[in-house]
Each structure stands twice: as structure tokens, then as C-alpha cells.
Design a protein around this ligand. Sequence first.
Ligand code: AMP
Ligand code: MG
Length: 508
Amino acid sequence: MNTLPPMNSNDNAGAATTLPTGPDWNWCNRFQALGAEYHTELHPQPMPAPHWIARSTSCAELLGLPADWQTNPRWNALAVFSGNALWPGMQPLASVYSGHQFGVWAGQLGDGRAHWLGEIDTPNGPMELQLKGAGTTPYSRTGDGRAVLRSSIREFLCSEAMHGLGIPTTRALCITGSSLPVRRESMETAAVVTRVAPSFIRFGHFEHFTQNDQPDALKRLADFVIEHHYPECRNTPQPYVAMLGTVARRTAELLAQWQAVGFCHGVMNTDNMSILGLTLDYGPFGFLDGYNPAHICNHTDHKGRYAFGRQPSVAFWNLHALAQSLMPLIGNGNAALDAIELYKPFYADAMRSQLRNKCGFTTTQPGDAGLIDWLLKQMAYERTDHTILFRRLSQFSTADGADNACVMGLFKDRKFSDLWATAYGDRLKAEGSVDAQRAAAMNRVNPSVVLRNHLAEGAIRQAQAGDFSEVQRLLKVLQHPYDEVHDASADAGFPPEWAQHIEVSCSS
Ligand code: AMP
Ligand code: MG
């Protein structure tokens, strides 16, 4: 035999070349300037014959890109966002971090398939750009540095869906694809998602420098985060304690928002926790169909560490790991613990307020917690559809003798629905709630459409067959999740029977 076997997808010949011109952006690249301890500078690796899969106009607007950004031949955005070329000003790198995975110290991880491209000034503040899936880095370990089309569509759609829901998240500008084969459970093809965020710094970045006994690097990282992201902490008596408390508050608010829309992250390892309180690293996530606190969206999470109902306490565990990593700077363990203890009341308050809004209450009354808890318990018992129940709840009428079957008919237990409807109606009347006003307010917090697994799956299957129109269509719907979409429609309706059998694993 005198021919070589086919090239492995990580043995990528060549590296991205720099184009003569790109958008008129002011590159500030502050994370790159932080120093060599934090990253390795390297180019993304090209994908053969890339093509567009989807683009988010809303994210392009965030970056101040003109409408023709993807077609301007001088910029060749397709080459840039597939890892085949760079724009002048980009200083690509992969960052190093560590982390706890499933509660166990995992040691060094890092951007194994992410290339940070640079940071630009935008009308919305500085934003960093990152490619996910553009080849191996020094932190790839045994991975191939690639991402598959399936998982890239999920990350792209969910990033923009979360933004549409008003939940802090990294954004996604576009997906590009290629016929480059990538081996997962079966052979798939490669794709690259361009992510956008003010910072991709994770709890695991801090853990890395503490575990490696690099207190100076740890301090410079914390000072960097305070200077650029939490300047309000700078002039406090204990800036690192203040930063920790701010992260605890942001994380609490994030978790309350996740729980309120039924979002299950799936892999809440400390390396997937954003220091800015953004939803970060979309892998085996899922939105609840039937309400179930024990729901595990990650097929490989056998013990249910990251089950839906456990997410708030896992976030606290992760904050504890962050606090531990800041001990060389804070010194006083009690001060660090006090800072993260704030998470608990912050979360409780944020969740109470989410639930109050979801139920359409404008005041707080003594029986509210019991009334809501009663509802949630019955929902859990009957696995009532979380999104549809809360969306339909806005149609509840307080008129005497009103027929509220449209919402209460979602329960099989007639006795429960009669009793709860009476109690809810009385509660609404006690604050003089006006049906039409309440309905409008509730429809601004209870989405009609979330990215259920089967919706993503439909878009993925079509895309795998070469038709990307469903990705783009679904994106448009998900960007406006509070608009009225009738729940008899496929986007807002009950999941089909086959949705129960979709298994989502860490493989991406
Ligand atoms: P995740 O579970 O996706 O958050 O990834 C955990 C770690 O594995 C991170 O350091 C990732 O960069 C790395 N990783 C995941 N998938 C790959 C891959 N295909 N190639 C290289 N590194 C990967
Ligand atoms: Mg990750």
C-alpha cells in the first residue's frame, strides 16, 4: 500500500491567514494584554470549504456591524468565522483554566476548542469574540478541538433564545459548517459557532491559579475583573470580598431566571460558571416540558447532580469553590463565607419575585408562598407542562362563575383544580387585580415558546440534510418568546410523544 490513510480531523494543515481589511472596529484586546500566564497565542485551524449555516442579526447589531457584514467581499466574514482567516486587529489565543467537574477536582482544563479572537469597542460596551470548534489548542487534552453541527445549532439557538427571554448569556453571532468529518458516537460534520460576551472568564480561571500556587497571577486576574467588570468594588474596604459578593448576587439572579423558565443547564461544573453571571457553555441543556424538579437533562449525569431542582444549590457549591480560590487574596475565611452566604437571600428574593410575576401578583401577601408551592407540587405530581401552564394562567378570569377550564383543565385532578382556582381567584381579587392588565403583564414574563429539545432536534435534522432554513426560522421565533404564539402551533404546543425519547449527552 503506497497511499496514506485519510487525514485525521485534528491534524489540520495550515493556520488562519490575516486578511487585508475587516470592519472598522477599535480592538482593545485587554485579556490578551493580561499576559502569557493566562493563555497561549495561536491561530484557529481552517475548515475545508466552509459555508454559512445561520446568522443572528440581533447579535450583529450588538456588535455594530452593518447589514451587509456577511456579504461584503472585502471582509470575507465566512472565512473569518470558520477559522480560515483573521481580520487585522485580531490576536487569537486559547485561555487556561481548571475546575471541578461533577464535584471532583479535575485539574487543568482550558479552552480546548475555543479560540478567543479579540475584544472590540461596541456601542454596547467592549465585547469579546470567540470561535468554538476551530481546532485543537494546548488545552485540548484528548479532544479533537472540533464541535459538531448538532451541538453548534443547539448552542447558537439557545444563546439567542436566552437573550430573547431576557436572561444573561453569552451571545452567538453565527454558525459556519463544513463537510469535515468529526467522530462522536457516530460520524458527524464540523461546525464553528462565534460567541460574543463582555468576558469569557470562568470560576475555573481563578481556581487554576490558586491550585497552581500562583498568587500573583491570581491577584492580577482578580484586579483585571474588578477594573473592567466590577469597578464599583474597587473603592470598597475589601475589593475581593466585594467582588465575590457581586458574583454571588449575579449568580443568584441568573439561577432564579433559569428556574423561572424551566432551563436546565446540564453541566454546572465550575469551569462552566461565568464570573459575570452569564449562562455559559451550552451542552446537554434542556427546557422542562412537564414540570419535574428531579428532571436530569444530561443523559450522562447518572446521579442527577445537575437535576433541575438542584441547580440553585449547585450554584452555591460552585460559589464556595470560587471563594476557596480567592482565599489567598481575601485571607479571612469568615469574610469570604459571609460574601457567598449572600447568595441564599438573594436567590430566595429573586425567585420569590419571579414566581410572583409569573402568577401575576403585584403585591406580596402572607399566603403567596403556600399557594404557589401548592401549584408547583401538583404540577410536579402530574408533570404539567411548565411553559404552557404559566402562559395559559394569564387567561385566568376572576369574573364570578368564570369558566377557567382552559388553564385548570391542564390538571387531571379536578378536586385540586377547583380548590386552587378558587384560592387563586380570591388572592387576585384581594389585590384588586384587573384581568386584562394582569394578562398583559404575565405575558411579558411567561414565554409562549422556549427551545424545547424537539424543536432543536427538528432544526438539526433538517440542517443535517442540508436545509438550514429551520434554524433561521426558529431563531426568529425564539428571539421574541413573549409574543403570542398559539399553543396549538408546533412551536408553542405540547411536545410530541417522540420528544420523551430524545437523549442529550455531553457529546458535542
Ligand atoms: P465541557 O464539558 O464542554 O464544558 O468541556 C470541558 C473541557 O473539555 C473544556 O476544557 C473544553 O474545552 C474541553 N473539550 C470539550 N470538548 C472538546 C473537544 N472536542 N476538543 C477539545 N477539547 C474539548
Ligand atoms: Mg465548558
